[in-house]
Design a protein around this ligand. Structure first.
Ligand SMILES: [Zn+2]
Length: 283
């Protein structure tokens, strides 16, 4: 069934596990992710960025995920990832998304709070939870490699004030991760995460998790992370399976054939993360 992320993340918080949020790019991603969730008996979040919505649109993804959810034996939520403004969040609500993120992390603290509050006031009244972001996750959410440089951590004092004022349902935090492909091994600042956890009681969200070692993610879950986002690894998996087939069958012109190993690669990645996040058998 299609549900919101509210209960899902509060259950995860109470049960000390995390729910995987997997970015879906097309029908094949949706089918591969739902199959893994069903086989693992795991709750699952499927999400789309503004870049992905530009490729298709909100209505296509809402329809695909709704169909997947209706026939699934596990709870499924559809989330707007990195909502880039009030209007986009409203469009997602109208399209039937059951969870939205408003990303005000690029603007100053006060502006971020005001922007987030504008969305929570409407969305929460409609029963749809809102994820906000404070502090910076490195890299770029839609394309390109992770960039080195500025990656300020979320300030625990600010986090407390932010959550109290905006009434956001969950909070994405900057604790050392970055979007895209890492150069070298990433490092989660578990101490910062613990300090934030001590000040804030909403579920915390980890972005840029593709390529982060499983043991660091498991440790972060102990320190309050309840939603873990994976995008890049799924893109890599699909392309690996697809291109592998085409390398062996260069004359093939049926897109269904290479898509099948593409889906199988996504399935393996998603199923393995569900085990590590602890969401397996929690549906
Ligand atoms: Zn992100």
């Amino acid at each position: 069934m299609l549900v919101t992320t509210k209960e899902m993340l509060l259950d995860a918080q109470a049960g000390h596990y995390a729910v995987g949020a997997f970015n879906v790019e097309n029908l094949e991603f949706v089918m591969a992710v739902i199959k893994a969730a069903e086989d693992k008996h795991s709750p699952v979040i499927m999400q789309t960025t503004p870049g992905t919505i530009k490729y298709a649109n909100l209505d296509y993804f809402a329809a695909m995920v709704r169909v997947a959810a209706e026939s699934a034996s596990v709870p499924v939520a559809l989330h707007l990832d990195h909502g880039d403004g009030f209007d986009r969040c409203m469009q997602a609500l109208r399209a039937g998304y059951t969870s939205v993120m408003i990303d005000g992390s690029h603007v100053p603290f006060e502006e971020n709070m005001a922007l987030t509050e504008s969305v929570t006031k409407v969305a929460i009244a409609m029963g749809v939870p809102v994820e906000a972001e404070l502090g910076k996750v490195g890299g770029k959410e839609d394309d390109g490699p992770a960039v080195k440089g500025e990656n300020p951590y979320t300030d625990p004092d600010e986090a407390e004030e932010f959550v109290n004022r905006t009434k956001c349902s969950s909070l994405a935090v900057g604790v050392g991760t970055a979007h895209g492909v890492y150069k070298g091994t990433p490092h989660i600042e578990q101490g910062v995460l613990k300090e934030i956890r001590n000040r804030v009681d909403v579920p915390l969200v980890l972005h840029g998790t593709s390529g982060v070692p499983d043991d660091q993610v498991a440790e972060a879950i102990k320190n309050g992370i309840c939603k873990v986002n994976y995008a890049t690894e799924l893109r890599q998996a699909f392309t690996r399976g697809f291109m592998g087939y085409m390398a062996e069958n260069p004359n093939n012109f049926d897109p269904k054939k290479p898509s099948k190993p593409g889906m199988e690669e996504i399935y393996k990645v998603v199923a393995s993360h569900m085990d590590n996040l602890g969401s397996t058998n929690k549906a």
